[in-house]
Design a protein around this ligand. Sequence first.
Ligand SMILES: [Zn+2]
Length: 199
Amino acid sequence: MTQLTESVAKLIDELARLPGIGRKSAERLAYHILRISKAEALALADAIRAVRENVRYCRTCFSLAESDECAICSDVRRDRSLLCVVEQPRDVMAVEQSGAYRGLYHVLLGRIAPLEGIGPDQLTVEALVQRVRGGSFREVIMATNPTVEGDGTALYISNRLADLPVNFTRLARGITPGGILEYTNKEILADALADRRKF
Ligand SMILES: [Zn+2]
């Protein structure tokens, strides 16, 4: 076996840690990076650095932001009476791509998963409760994933806020049970939003 240089071996090791990248793919990517121009390779490295240095969680909704507040929270054209609760920042992107929603979001940064020891305290549930109590939302749409844990999380949150005069709705089940929002095509997601019903 040919001896790799230390730098190449290190790059392959790092790439192989990425989800869905096996050893073989990591090697292929590493050799690709060696073949492209230095400028292209450094642009990739800079993009990784920038994302880690500049991106943080929005202080209001916990979606991704490059300043204290994300682009959606600071957009005055959004409907501030609607709040859509999702598990992950990437779910915000999925709902946005449906084009069917113009309200605000709240990202839980996970879901309640007792078997994995994840309780409400490890999520942004408390911030959500404060936000809904202090806000003027007329509807809170629970858009957690249609899985046992996603449903349980939605139920927990709606119980916590049950005393408020807010309409709780849940996405309609156009989404396959056990499916993941991120992988749902935008038409199905748009239907599910349009047909949302009382929780
Ligand atoms: Zn935000």
